[in-house]
Design a protein around this ligand. Structure first.
Ligand code: DX5
Ligand code: ZN
Length: 215
């Protein structure tokens, strides 16, 4: 299992220091919120560009924004390695994913807890990553929604059946217990915000998650 600490729960006044504490994780998960698709506001591409100088990790940019097409080029140029777009945020998911694939970034599609896998079936062959939200997006620290586990399993089944290559990522309410449930059904990347950063030693929290996922 790859671990993706979410800097949403890091200290925004000390991001450089905090991301160095989780350098033992494969990914860095960066939540982009626009105040429209979700209520809160976080960072733009300029923050991604600034962080890029301080990390070699895979920058996994989770766009919780309306009109995602407008932001793809700037996030790719800023150093995003993966750009994830919500299917609920655009009526043109195929076009937006095709746009991402023309940049240096890999293409990810994201679905909310209330959205079925059938909403993304037609694009599964073209994406590098599928992110299953295991909470409703918008804030950290929420409880894991057990009913999303079936979708992770379904996605793993479709991957095996069709020979798809995507990573299966989960995001929301991940801790040393819930990570076992998603690992058991085929998740390959786990995002964790509060479990990692709301603790004394974020480096150790990453190691705890990795260990817990070995089921
Ligand atoms: C929620 C974000 C998550 C968030 C997860 O909208 O997409 O990445 O940081 O936080 P935790 O791990 O605390 O649920
Ligand atoms: Zn996220």
């Amino acid at each position: 299992m790859k671990i993706a600490p979410s800097i949403l729960s890091a200290d925004f006044a000390n991001l450089e220091t905090d991301i160095k504490k989780v350098a033992n994780a494969e990914y860095l998960h960066i939540d982009i919120m626009d105040g429209h698709f979700v209520d809160d506001l976080t960072f733009g591409a300029n923050v991604v560009q600034a962080l890029r100088k301080h990390s070699e990790q895979v920058f996994d940019c989770h766009l919780m924004v309306e009109n995602p097409d407008k932001y793809i080029d700037s996030f790719a140029q800023a150093g995003a390695d993966i750009i994830g777009v919500h299917v609920e945020a655009t009526p043109h998911i195929h076009r937006v994913l095709s746009h991402i694939k023309k940049t240096s970034a890999k293409a990810g599609v994201v679905i909310n807890p209330g959205t079925p896998i059938t909403a993304i079936t037609e694009v599964l062959g073209m994406v590098d990553q599928v992110l299953i939200m295991t909470v409703d997006p918008g804030m950290g620290g929420q409880a894991f929604l057990e009913e999303t586990v079936g979708k992770v399993k379904e996605l793993a089944h479709l991957k095996a059946q069709h020979g798809y290559k995507y990573e299966i990522e989960v995001d929301g309410g991940i801790n040393d217990q819930t990570i076992k449930k998603v690992a058991a059904v085929g998740a390959t990347v786990a995002v964790a915000g509060s479990f990692v950063f709301n603790a004394q030693d974020p480096t150790k929290q990453v190691a705890i998650l990795r260990e817990a996922a070995q089921i």
